[in-house]
Design a protein around this ligand. Sequence first.
Ligand code: TRP
Length: 356
Amino acid sequence: MSSALAPAPVEAAQRRSLELDQAVREDPHRYRVLTGDRPTGRLHVGHLFGSLLNRVCLQDLGAAVMVLIADYQTITDRDAPDSLPADTLGLVADYLAVGIDPARSTIFAHSQVEALNQLLIPFLSLVSVAEVSRNPTVKEEFGATGGTSMSALMFSYPVHQAADILSCHANLVPVGKDQLPHLELTRTIARRFNDRYCDGHPYFPAPDGLLSVAPLLLGVDGQKMSKSRRNAIPLAASADETAQLIRGARTDSLRGISYEPEHRPEVSNLLLLAALCQGRTPQEIAQDVGDGGAARLKLILTEALNERLRPIRARRRELAADPSYLRHVLAEGNDRARQIASQTLADVRALMHTVY
Ligand code: TRP
């Protein structure tokens, strides 16, 4: 889901993200990170370079990382599909395969954490219908459905997201730009709860968004890479499928290959992807291609990507063959999330004087 935002808040968030990046490196133990994905299909290389590797990095620095499978968000705009169990376990496999370590990080599904969901009720009392209506994603959805068929769950989903974040006292939330308004609403809810119920001793932290520094990757058709557009290279794709996807990627008709994201978005995107795989710059890859044209660029990229993904794919195959282990990891994560959220709910009840 993407929304046009005025540039100013995004730039401010980018600057703040750079400061936060530094702060986490200096004192990782001050941070509890929460972020997650909807279980709506296989994760792709856009996720890998845009968010997954960053989560692993935060984990390895020593921050407490919670990875949320947002299964209730999938019923905001579609019927609960019977593919949900497979998609959910598939996400767990993706996470573990890229290096999320269940001994250090917590993977959980929010439908399994009762106390988290219960926080939605007091939180809904802290925002007005007008405020939620101004959320760009909600507004867009309202427009797209002509204002008639949007579910009330879709309407309240930014508030539900505040429950995700605040139930575990996360203070750092790695997100894409389109999620910044949700985070602003989370901060508003935290502030209002503290003002109304906490008598000068704030209970909820106001979480910060952490924007990815990785540039946005395009799909093989030159559009934004997306699970739903069928233009993505899935992590779980085979080496042959990857080669085929890249062979079919859009390029342009110029023979020389150069990195010019503004003028040559498709070619530049392929260069960028190869560069991310090899930890080099897109300009270096362009030099390697020389005057070999798009065909050679595609060969180089296919090799770079298959090489980079090889260990991840091998690990993922092993994991996928053992669903009971994946279920076990998720059950343990759910338990840990339940413990944290139950404590939060108990505190919230005490602060709200709803203890009888
Ligand atoms: N809305 C996010 C997405 O579509 C997923 C998500 C749900 C999330 N709850 C969250 C992300 C809390 C960060 C924090 O990708």
